[in-house]
Design a protein around this ligand. Structure first.
Ligand code: BYC
Length: 317
C-alpha cells in the first residue's frame, strides 16, 4: 500500500467513525466522493423545491381576501425564498456553484419536488398547501435536523421552525373556512381531495423502488425510509382531518390495531413517474416562470459582480 493509499484509508476510517458516533461531517472534512455527490444532489433538489414552491401560493398574494391573509402569505412565500438561499449556501460548502445549480434546475437535469407541479386553483388551496404540503415537509424534514452533514442539519433547524408556522397558518385558515359558509366548506373539501395523494407522493417512491435510500440511511443522511415517513404522515393527518371536519379521499383508510397504524390505499405511481418526467399539470409553467426570473434578473447579477470587482480592485491598491 502506498503512502497516499494509507492516508486515504485512514481518512475513510475517520469519516466512518464520525458517522457511527453520530457526529457531523463538516465542509473541510475528508468525505467520499459518493457522499459529496449525494449531499449536493439532495440539498440542491431541496433548494429548488423551496424556490419553485413559491409559485403555487405566490400567485394568490394579489388575490388574498384580507390584509391579514395577504401579510401571512407574503411572509410565508418570503420564508420559502430564504429556505432556498440557506440550502443553496449549504450546497456551495460542498463545492457546488449556485449558477450551475440554477441552470440544472431550468434544463431539467435536476429535480424538484413533484408536489409543486399541481395548480393552486382556489384560496382554500393556500390553506391545504399549508396543512398537507408543509405538514408533509415537516414530517420529512424534522429528522433531517440530525442529518450527518453539518451545514444541512443546521439549516434544517431554522427551516423546520418556519415550516411549523406555515403548517399552522394553513390549518388555521382551513378552520376559519370550515366555520364559514357551505360553499367555503366545499372549497376546503375539494382542495383536500386534489392535494392528498400528491402530498403522499412527496415522500418519494416506495422503499423497494428507492435507489438512494439504503446508502443515504447508511451515511445517516436520511434517518427514516420513504415509506416510514409516509406512514407517519398518514397517522398524523387522520386526526387533523377529523378536527377540521374534512374527509380524506381514500376509501381504504382504516385503523389497523394490529399494526398500530392506519392502512391506506395504493398511490398512483404511474402519475408520480409522469410528473417526474416533466408531464405534470404545471411542470412547463413552473420552469418557464423560473427561466424568466433568471433572465430578468441577469442585469442585477452583472451589476453586483461589476461592483464587487471594482471594490476588490480598489482594495488591492
Ligand atoms: N418529487 O431514491 P429516492 C419543500 C426523486 S418540501 C421529485 O427515494 P432520495 C417545501 C429523487 O430525488 C419538498 N423527485 O431519492 C414545502 C431521486 O432522483 P435522483 C422538498 C422525487 O433522495 C412547502 C429519485 O426520485 N423536500 O421544499 O433518497 C413549501 C429516486 O428517489 C420525489 C426535500 O427535498 C418527489 N416527491 O429520497 C415550499 C427534502 N421523491 O435525485 C417548499 C429532502 C423522490 O436520483 N429530500 N424523488 O435523480 C429528501 O428527503 C429525499 O431526497 C426524498 C427522496 C425523500 C425527497
Amino acid at each position: 500500500m502506498t503512502a497516499t493509499e494509507l492516508a486515504t484509508t485512514e481518512l475513510q476510517r475517520h469519516f466512518e467513525r464520525t458517522i457511527e458516533h453520530d457526529q457531523r461531517i463538516e465542509p473541510r472534512d475528508w468525505m467520499p466522493e459518493g457522499y459529496r455527490k449525494t449531499m449536493i444532489r439532495q440539498i440542491s433538489q431541496h433548494a429548488h423545491s423551496e424556490i419553485i414552491g413559491m409559485q403555487p401560493e405566490g400567485h394568490w398574494i394579489t388575490r388574498a381576501p384580507s390584509l391579514r391573509r395577504k401579510a401571512i402569505l407574503l411572509a410565508k412565500v418570503q420564508d420559502e425564498a430564504g429556505h432556498g438561499l440557506y440550502l443553496y449556501s449549504a450546497a456551495e460548502t460542498l463545492g457546488a456553484e449556485r449558477t450551475d445549480l440554477t441552470d440544472r434546475l431550468i434544463s431539467g437535469a435536476q429535480k424538484y419536488s413533484s408536489i409543486f407541479n399541481y395548480p393552486a386553483l382556489t384560496f382554500a388551496d393556500v390553506g391545504v398547501i399549508g396543512w398537507l404540503v408543509d405538514g408533509a415537509a415537516i414530517c420529512n424534514q424534522v429528522p433531517l435536523c440530525r442529518s450527518s452533514y453539518g451545514p444541512y442539519a443546521r439549516a434544517m433547524i431554522r427551516i423546520c421552525k418556519e415550516e411549523s408556522f406555515h403548517q399552522r397558518q394553513g390549518f388555521e385558515l382551513l378552520l376559519t373556512m370550515m366555520r364559514g359558509t357551505s360553499a367555503q366548506r366545499d372549497m376546503v373539501q375539494e382542495a383536500t381531495n386534489r392535494w392528498w395523494w400528491p402530498a403522499l407522493m412527496m415522500f418519494g417512491p416506495p422503499d423497494a423502488d428507492s435507489p438512494n435510500t439504503a446508502q443515504s440511511m447508511a451515511w445517516k443522511v436520511k434517518r427514516h425510509t420513504n415509506d416510514e415517513l409516509r406512514q407517519r404522515f398518514v397517522d398524523m393527518s387522520v386526526p387533523q382531518a377529523d378536527a377540521l371536519g374534512v374527509t380524506l379521499p381514500d376509501p381504504w383508510l382504516a385503523w389497523n390495531a394490529e399494526r398500530g397504524h392506519y392502512d391506506f390505499g395504493e398511490l398512483d405511481w404511474a402519475e408520480f413517474k409522469q410528473v417526474l418526467a416533466g408531464n405534470g399539470p404545471c411542470n412547463a409553467d413552473r420552469i418557464a416562470h423560473r427561466r424568466a426570473a433568471r433572465d430578468n434578473g441577469a442585469w442585477v447579477r452583472e451589476a453586483a459582480a461589476a461592483y464587487a470587482a471594482k471594490h476588490a480592485e480598489g482594495q488591492g491598491r
